[in-house]
Design a protein around this ligand. Structure first.
Ligand code: AHR
Length: 332
């Protein structure tokens, strides 16, 4: 070997090494800064498919992931918290970049979310809040104001009956879910301002059509004929079931018994357009796409998002129902 060329070779290889290291470190930095460059992997622990709204949320979660180049690992918990805990642990083991969790109930999350935090995996709550003294366990919660939803429904009813005496029955959602106590609370707050409104019965219909129908049948049997003036259901699917029960009892839903529910799914707009329902409070189904955008921004800027990202709660009545049905029927 020509000894004179050795120092030059060394310098060259140092340079190559230097460039290589810079490229490698740059790549690492890019990976840390915005995982979107390599494509994020997100785990989503979904509650199940109890309602049309839930199905829409799942559909938009898949679509939104695809549009953003995100790999979505989806797990359906079939309404069971233990399945959600297993799913979150499995996402942690797989090393996902983030976890979306729609918590079926509000309590019992601290341990598993602590494990996600220890693994540096941000968790975003979707559509339901959790009870925890340690809000650092999740990055943010994308939900509606579930107390306000109840208030919107109650205010609408108070305005609709205009001082007339009104016996109301309530069909609640899944026991133990954060939003169920809130939807009840908000509704009760709103009707408390009207002494003519009386909440006479309340029972869980578990957010499903079949159970909503069964509960309404029970109410109609238990109450004197013609004495129920209105039904408030915590979601539209239970209301669709209740409407069926009212029809089978020989009454006209929307006229003999007023209806107000929550979600804004296509079938309730159809029922409103047909004169069988009176009002719904919309719950935005695009919670996951909103969460993806929060996550991408967070990975880029490192600025923590607000602890609660609130989605709107808009009231719809029959005047726009046909148009809303046409607009939504294929989206869900
Ligand atoms: O958490 C949102 C609620 O869950 C929806 O209002 C209901 O339809 C769903 O099952």
């Amino acid at each position: 070997m020509d000894m004179k060329t050795l120092p030059r070779r060394r310098t060259l290889s140092r340079r190559i090494l230097g460039i290589g290291a810079a490229v490698f470190l740059g790549g690492l930095a890019a990976g840390c800064d915005s995982g979107d460059k390599k494509g994020l992997t997100v785990g989503f622990s979904q509650i199940g498919s109890e309602s049309g709204w839930r199905a829409a949320e799942t559909k938009l979660a898949r679509q939104g992931a695809e549009q953003r180049g995100i790999t979505l690992k989806f797990s359906d918990a079939q309404q069971r918290q233990e399945n959600q805990i297993k799913a979150v642990r499995s996402f942690i083991a797989q090393g996902v970049d983030a976890i979306l969790l729609a918590p079926v109930v509000s309590s019992g999350w601290d341990e598993v979310l602590g494990e996600a935090k220890a693994a540096n995996i941000p968790v975003i709550l979707l559509d339901r809040q959790i009870d925890t003294p340690n809000v650092d366990l999740y990055l943010t919660a994308v939900t509606s104001d579930t107390i306000e939803e109840g208030r919107v429904a109650g205010r609408w009813l108070a305005g609709k009956v205009q001082g007339r005496d009104c016996r109301i029955v309530e069909i609640q959602g899944t026991v133990g879910a954060s939003l169920v106590a809130n939807r009840k609370k908000g509704f009760e707050e709103a009707i408390a301002t009207a002494p003519n409104l009386h909440l006479v019965r309340t029972q869980s219909g578990e957010f499903t059509r079949a159970k909503g129908k069964e509960v309404m049948e029970g109410f109609l049997k238990a109450e004197a004929p013609g004495s129920i003036c209105a039904v408030y259901a915590h979601n539209d699917d239970m209301m669709i079931g209740a409407i069926q029960a009212i029809k089978e009892a020989g009454l006209k839903p929307g006229t003999d018994i007023l209806t107000v529910s929550i979600d804004g799914v296509p079938d309730i707009f159809k029922a409103m357009a047909d004169g069988d329902a009176n009002a719904t409070v919309e719950l935005a189904p695009d919670m996951a796409p909103r969460a993806y955008d929060i996550l991408l921004a967070y990975r880029k800027d490192h600025a923590p998002p607000p602890k609660w990202v609130q989605t709107p709660s808009k009231l719809y009545e029959p005047d726009t129902a046909a148009a809303e049905y046409a607009r939504r029927k294929d989206l869900y």
